[in-house]
Design a protein. Structure first.
Length: 348
């Protein structure tokens, strides 16, 4: 049987990479694995990744999901980008995460869950905003209901269904503080069959992002991952990263391990900020539920902190921490790589 496979990869746009994809018709078995998808190539000179005179780059499928748009028998194949020698291209951050996992990270059984905030646009304005103007001030929009409170719910519903049909570990969604701003979460849910491997969660997160734009085409909306889409007294968009290790989840050593992790993060603040997305200083101002980019702070249930310990985690003395610093446009592979490297003390 001939099947459609959408090969998806991350380009070399600077400072914020974007997604690209193209279609290949393949003859596939019923439940294919990445190895069933033939390696492919593309023109890296058109994706800011290679010069024209030496432009062929390789696509190595590494994660496969069902294609919720084309339906049964069709697949989305997320790929790593390889250079001419077949080694990871310099823009391939997934390979960097693999390296940290293989250098000892995996032994700590790390889990990661992301909260992806984004803003919907139609034309030049956020969806539902008066043309060239502003809606009423922030307040009624977060988790709101009603056509004056939220803009784009039909899109969000369609995106959520697409993620579920693709078999992604979507955790939930909510309307955000800025009108036309939304969030989806992806990561550990406590389900029996779920695989919490951080590499897989990040792969799924990138596919969920691809689906944002793909489903956006159907609704004539353009999702933006900009950190500070609207200047002034309006919330920016973040990508809180929730992180735990085996020891953090262990009731006997959880709180102590969490305290050690926070002490390590305090020492590496600048390096983490450098890997947490472009233009972060516009968002991490100390206002709008953020901590200042220049300070490292932590606190229980504290939404103005760099690291928040959720209240129920403190009460149970085990669980996870929330790194509130990553911007909406950060690369989840890099964020996860940095958290494992710092907290699990991986020397490369
Ligand atoms: P918030 O209260 O900050 O809005 P959300 O409810 O939006 O948090 O998202 C919670 C996130 O935490 C989800 O992505 C979920 O997968 C993740 N998560 C839950 N438990 C763990 C854990 N033990 N380790 C890592 N991530 C976790
Ligand atoms: Mn959230
Ligand atoms: Mn949020
Ligand atoms: Mn959060």
């Amino acid at each position: 049987m001939a099947n459609c496979a959408e090969y998806i990869w991350i380009d070399g746009a600077d400072p914020t990479p974007r997604l690209r994809s193209k279609t290949r018709i393949l003859e596939l078995p019923e439940n294919p694995t990445p190895a069933d998808f033939t390696p492919w190539n593309y023109d890296g000179s058109s994706t800011y990744q290679a010069p024209g005179k030496d432009s062929d780059l390789g696509l190595q499928p590494v994660y496969v999901a069902c294609d919720p748009l084309r339906g049964p028998g069709n697949f989305l194949a997320l790929c790593e980008v390889l250079d001419a020698e077949g080694t990871p291209h310099e823009t391939n951050n997934r390979a960097r995460l693999r390296q940290v996992l293989n250098a000892g990270g995996t032994q700590h059984d790390p889990w990661i869950g992301f909260e992806q905030e984004y803003t919907l646009y139609r034309g030049r304005d956020p969806l539902g905003w008066p043309q060239g103007g502003y809606p009423g001030p922030q307040g009624p929009y977060y988790c709101g209901v009603g056509s004056r409170q939220v803009f784009g719910r039909e899109f969000v519903e369609a995106h959520t269904k697409a993620c579920l049909d693709a078999g992604l570990m979507i955790y939930g969604t909510n309307a955000e503080v800025l009108p036309a701003q939304w969030e989806y979460q992806i990561g550990p849910r406590g389900f029996k069959g779920d695989d919490n491997d951080p590499l897989k969660i990040c792969d799924q997160h990138w596919i969920a992002r691809w689906l944002l734009w793909r489903v956006g085409e159907l609704f004539d909306v353009e999702p933006s991952l900009e950190n500070k889409p609207v200047k002034g007294d309006w919330n920016g968009s973040g990508q809180h990263a929730n992180f735990s290790t085996k020891d953090m989840r262990d009731p006997r050593k959880g709180l102590k391990t969490i305290e050690d992790a926070i002490a390590s993060l305090a020492l590496t603040h600048a390096a983490h900020i450098a890997s947490y997305g472009a233009g972060l200083s516009e968002r991490l101002t100390g206002l709008h539920e953020t901590s200042s980019i220049h300070e490292f702070r932590h606190g229980i249930a504290h939404r103005g902190a760099s690291i928040r310990i959720p209240r129920q985690v403190h009460e149970k003395r085990c669980g996870y921490i929330e790194d509130r610093r990553p911007g909406a446009n950060a690369d989840p592979y890099l964020v996860t790589m940095m958290l494992i490297k710092t907290i699990c003390k991986i020397a490369l």
